[in-house]
Design a protein around this ligand. Structure first.
Ligand code: AHR
Length: 330
């Protein structure tokens, strides 16, 4: 199979979360391995995960671990506790263990060149999952399987513009500084509201993609801006759920007094929509295990992969939440 055919196959065969016709079931993202592709059974694969900062991240970890088990892969899993230095150490340890491939979910975009050069020198292919990196030499990784974070931010911004008829005082809860989804979701949202002069981001700070920090940052926003705030844009659901708690503790009604929009589509976010506290979430599918191991199999069989496979996302509003919550997989 030539490079073009394989790329087309991988892109076309992505099975993505929720389609309008398929009643919003977030299925695993899969690629179809060709019959000639080697199977994963018995392979030793390293997986460097960022941590467990969000429900989304745990769902991604579970997807990769369970797919490894299903395929008989010897998975070496290392949780970096949110630190790039720990991920770099894990990659070096994988080289020392002579793994056959590495799956990397990188915490931040920059600073990967030196260690990836060492991995490349050891002839170990690297599959990036969910977040991209900023490197001059793209041969330092085999492929990236991820959502389009700019598009997600834009979807959230367009939705808020429509909901508020272009008038909002927004507070923004950013993800981990330097992370691709934090950078890109900020950019996409800013692009969407740029043509609405009465939509203003009045405060913007990190909540580190976790619930506690999201709540603490929202408390600080409420303290300084109070009732001036009309909307919250959170770069992920966990921070939005923390913000919702802070709004309630301040005696206001999230979803009514303050509109809340976020990204991920985790089960708790759907519950918050059912409860009327969250207005909208943009799904970002974390079920990347099948696609990641299809990529491992392809690349270890000497096949070239497309540099990027984009996972498609969909937006969910409150009115749909009740109908689909029972079919959510994460
Ligand atoms: O990279 C994906 C983002 O990272 C998810 O939106 C977030 O929940 C996670 O921690």
């Amino acid at each position: 199979m030539n490079k073009f055919t394989l790329s087309a196959l991988l892109v076309l065969s992505l099975v993505v979360g929720c389609s309008k016709h398929d009643e919003t079931k977030p299925a695993s993202v899969t690629t179809q391995s060709s019959a000639s592709t080697e199977s994963s059974a018995g392979k030793v694969v390293g997986f460097s995960q960022i941590g467990a900062e969000s429900t989304w991240r745990t769902a991604e970890t579970d997807s990769i671990k369970s797919e490894a088990q299903k395929r008989g892969v010897d998975l070496r899993f290392v949780d970096a506790q949110g630190k790039q230095e720990n991920q770099i150490k894990a990659l070096r340890a994988f080289v020392a263990q002579h793994v056959q491939a590495i799956i990397l979910a990188p915490v931040v975009e920059t600073g990967w060149e030196p260690v990836l050069k060492e991995v490349k020198a050891a002839k170990i292919p690297v599959i990036l999952v969910d977040r991209g990196i900023d490197v001059k030499d793209e041969s330092l990784y085999a492929t990236l399987i991820a959502s389009d974070f700019v598009a997600e931010g834009k979807m959230a911004g367009d939705w808020l513009a429509k909901k508020t008829e272009g008038k909002a005082n927004i507070v923004e809860l950013q993800g981990t500084p330097g992370a691709a989804p934090a950078n890109d979701r900020k950019k996409g949202f800013a692009e969407a509201i740029a043509s609405h002069p009465d939509m203003k981001i009045i405060k913007s700070q990190t909540g580190n993609f976790n619930r506690n920090d999201g709540k603490a940052t929202m408390e600080a926003f409420l303290k300084s801006e109070g009732k001036n705030i009309t909307a919250v844009y959170a770069h992920n659901d966990d921070m939005a759920l923390g913000a919702i708690q802070a709004i309630e503790e301040a005696g206001m009604k999230p979803g009514k007094d303050i509109i809340v929009v976020s990204i991920d589509g985790v089960h708790d976010a759907f519950q918050a929509m059912v409860d009327g506290k969250l207005n909208c979430t943009v799904e970002c599918n974390p079920l990347l295990g099948p696609a990641a191991f299809d990529a491992v199999d392809a690349v270890t069989s000497g096949k070239e992969l497309p540099k990027k496979t984009i996972v498609k996302d969909e937006l969910f509003e409150q009115d749909k939440a009740k109908e689909v919550i029972g079919s959510r997989k994460y």
